[in-house]
Design a protein around this ligand. Sequence first.
Ligand SMILES: [Zn+2]
Length: 325
Amino acid sequence: MARIPLKQLLADDPKKVLVLDGGQGTELENRGIKVANPVWSTIPFISESFWSDESSANRKIVEEMFNDFLAAGAEILMTITYQTSFKSVSENTPIKTLAAYDNLLTRIVDFSRDCIGEEKHLIGCIGPWGAHVCCEFTGDYGPNPESIDFYQYFKPQLDNFNRNEKLDLLGFETIPNIHELKAILSWDESILSKPFYIGLSVHEHGVLRDGTTMEGVAKVIKDLGDKINPNFLLLGINCVSFNQSPDILESLHRALPNMPLLAYPNSGEVYDTEKKIWLPNSDKLNSWDTVVKQYIGSGARIIGGCCRTTPKDIQEISAAVKKYT
Ligand SMILES: [Zn+2]
């Protein structure tokens, strides 16, 4: 394999900060793919023509998106599988069996790897349980979050991703609920056999969407002690408010000073659910230059963008990472 394993790469060069790509779902939308459906950005991969017709319009759009993020300086990119859980796919698309689902994931990973080449690192993106029921920004997992069978939900995607050598890292993203975090962290190497990270969905006031403080999050990790899965490489925040994200990351760093972190906030725009439009971030307090500088000061090792961030944002992130490392 041409790529250095991420664990080694991060350990060998303690100053290395990897530039991640930007918001894929919203970028596909910007480029004309209609993603408003229960499997969101998975939708282009569901139609057979995406695979059979190499000149299909959607295929071109996805290829160009990857190319533009690469040209902007991304060194680690994600598969577009945020809402590609077996439950979401089998309940909302013609793909019903585990075998057909496995085939879908393998095709998506192969395609993503072909788009980015052998040199760049690839993350197998895994959205939270809440994405299936649209509550990743409220963290409201119902009256009995402790009895949700998270393993059952994630297993088909994990089984596929764990054994796919084209993936370098698994990314659990936008995790809003402490019970889900505890569940993921309770899984040993037989369940999570690849390096993985967890991106938390954090309120702008700095608490997990369900109200747990960053100290509370840190306690879960500290309490696990040396029982923690050695594949747990990074913890961080994603799709959080751009303006508040440096402070949030700093609070996570204070609570867990030795933990490698990652950060990829959204653009700070706000979605108007009535008018169904994105409202501009009118009080953008910081530039990427300032934000990236603060992230690096707080121990960030992977930095990129989430929803509504574009290749232009990644270009600015990449310039700042070069400047401050
Ligand atoms: Zn996002």
